[in-house]
Write a protein that binds this ligand. Structure first.
Ligand code: 1Q0
Length: 216
């Protein structure tokens, strides 16, 4: 019933984007990282209007990062590490809230995506190890409670809870995610989880080393 999904979203592209975003020297390449997010956005957009708020919010965060990448300091927005170094040295991180005329910093914006990546990691891990009768909406909600809810207002939490009710079933999700390769479906999902979690862990270390896990 949802033919569009198959043509758009490709989990292998998603995995490739995130695994190539981690350079051999342990740097996170922002271009590839954001490319991975663009893939996820395709997925979300195909889920329909119930997910409009979530995809608009994601789009907005990706765009802010892209503006930094294309701005006058583009060279510094090559990797997560170079961005952190640059914004720290220039006083642009925004440890207290930034004045309204200043665009949101790369660091605080990436932090939002970074937390959401944890949600995805937890959710996909649940999906990849789930039994046939488990509910995807429940897997979503449990991952959300751990990874994102603590950072969201009550209103956002209510809106997200509603969206989860519109989540496709586990079987439909598998259908979109891995189309042809049914026998290995769980394995494909779990390899993706591994790439996501490597990237997540490196980012987490960088942010925690600079006391940047709670930027307003
Ligand atoms: C498809 C379902 C995904 C649901 C994931 C839960 C995320 C809900 C986030 C909703 C946020 C909308 C309202 C705004 C929140 C902001 O306050 C908050 C903080 O930003 P700020 O500037 O106010 O401090 N923003 C965020 O936390 C950013 C959240 C970004 C949302 C990321 C959603 C992750 C989606 C992943 C793709 C789903 C694909 C699932 C299957 C993948 C198959 C391989």
């Amino acid at each position: 019933p949802l033919p569009l999904w198959g043509e758009e979203f490709d989990i292998r592209q998603l995995r490739r984007a995130f695994s190539t975003s981690l350079s051999p020297r342990g740097e996170i390449l922002l271009r590839e990282y954001l490319h991975g997010w663009r893939q996820l956005l395709k997925f979300m957009e195909a889920l329909g209007t119930a997910f409009g708020l979530i995809s608009r919010e994601t789009e907005s965060k990706i765009s802010i990062m892209e503006q930094h990448q294309e701005g006058p300091h583009s060279l510094h927005y090559h990797t997560v590490q170079s961005m952190v170094k640059f914004e720290l040295a220039s006083g642009l991180v925004g440890f207290q809230s930034l004045p309204a005329h200043q665009p949101p910093s790369g660091c605080r914006t990436l932090l939002r995506l970074h937390r959401a990546l944890k949600w995805l990691e937890l959710f996909l891990h649940k999906l990849g190890t789930s039994q046939k009768d488990e509910k995807s909406s429940r897997m979503c909600a449990e991952a959300y409670r751990v990874a994102l809810a603590p950072y969201h207002s009550w209103w956002v939490q209510q809106a997200v809870a509603l969206a989860f009710l519109a989540m496709p079933s586990r079987q439909e999700l598998y259908h979109i995610i891995v189309r042809g390769e049914k026998p290995a479906a769980g394995a494909i999902v779990l390899t993706t989880v591994e790439s996501l979690s490597r990237v997540y862990n490196v980012t987490q270390e960088v942010y925690s080393a600079h006391g940047m896990l709670e930027l307003p």
